[in-house]
Design a protein around this ligand. Structure first.
Ligand code: CP
Length: 326
């Protein structure tokens, strides 16, 4: 267990060692138990967190705000539209100024080819930890919650050799960021898992992330493969994580992107596909999902789905990271 994490930013799990990530897990399990039995755990009494959102949220906002209150502190919800950012406040100014008011700065900025850079600029100017609530490249807290959920399901020590299928799925709602699949293939590969990335050719991820994922697999003794057949991805998998993302590396044009997506409307997770995975396979999704387009009600509400435990664990891992860093 690591005890030197005060002041650390959480922008990507790739910048945290395995031992540090295991520390987050241990603290998260402890905080989950404490909440379940009603044991007070006000580790951040009198501390404040700025939550700066440039994009909508249900789970991230709710879990960070509830988490700060449960830790004895306060979280301030700040909608970027209500700030002076559009009138000139720079990332550096946000880091400098919020760093003087708050004990942590959490940011969601998902704009393609900009969000991560913005968060890094705030972090460079901030004297307090900066927490990435999702950017264009990474969604670290979602993936930490996913790791906690998988460990709870399969046993904390036995992820080695398990196969996770991180797959694209069709959705009609909007061009979702690629931060979830990218963060998944980076983190799960560090625990000796066999990571399968499945997507139509147009839905590729960033080449540098693929390289890092392959490198992580080599170091951990896991494996990393890329498939382009939806059904193949399900075959023999222990964990299936099919979700939609945008063709961001193929086109920046919304109409063209929608046209590409229409070629793959049959990439929907249904009972027939779930039956191709192992009998004990679990279905995961970060939510929100396009029901009966991306996944059938039967699967997402079915016995193999663990989406609500997954959403709950957002609360526990975020509290762990805040307690350790703030
Ligand atoms: N999974 C997730 O980040 O949910 P929200 O977009 O609702 O925060």
């Amino acid at each position: 267990m690591q005890t030197h994490l005060k002041g650390r930013d959480m922008i990507t799990t790739q910048e945290w060692t395995l031992d540090e990530i295991e520390t987050i897990m241990e603290v998260a399990y402890d905080l989950k138990r404490k909440r379940a039995v009603g044991e007070p755990h006000a580790y951040l009494r009198d501390k404040t967190l700025a939550m700066l959102f440039f994009f909508t949220s249900t789970r991230t906002r709710g879990s960070f705000e509830a988490g700060m209150a449960q830790l004895g502190g306060h979280a301030a919800f700040i909608d970027s539209d209500t700030t002076q950012i559009s009138h000139g406040d720079t990332a550096k100014e946000i880091g400098e100024i919020f760093g003087r008011y708050f004990d942590g700065i959490a940011i969601r900025q998902c704009d393609w080819d900009f969000g991560n850079q913005y968060i890094r600029e705030v972090a460079a100017a901030s004297r307090v930890p900066v927490l990435n609530m999702q950017c264009d490249v990474y969604h670290p807290f979602q993936i930490l919650a996913d790791l906690m959920t998988i460990k709870e399901y399969f046993g904390r020590e036995s992820l080695r050799g398990k196969t996770i299928n991180v797959s694209w799925a069709y959705a009609a709602s909007y061009q979702k960021p690629i931060s979830v699949p990218q963060s998944l293939i980076l983190l799960m590969n560090r625990f000796g898992m066999n990571v399968r990335l499945t997507h139509p050719p147009e839905y590729k991820l960033m080449p540098e992330i693929l390289e890092q994922a392959a490198d992580n697999a080599k170091r951990s003794g896991g494996s990393f493969e890329i498939l382009h057949d939806f059904d193949e991805g399900f075959k023999g998998a222990d964990i299936v994580y099919p979700k939609s993302w945008g063709a961001l590396l193929t086109t920046s044009d919304k109409d063209e992107s929608a046209k590409i997506g229409k070629k793959y409307t049959d990439w929907i997770t249904d009972e027939r596909r779930m039956a191709m995975a192992k009998d004990h396979a679990i279905y995961m999704h970060c939510l929100p999902a396009d029901r009966n387009i991306e996944v059938t009600d039967g699967v997402i509400d079915g016995p193999q789905s663990i989406v609500y435990q997954e959403a709950e664990n957002r609360l526990h891992v975020q509290k762990a990271v805040m307690a350790l860093t703030m």
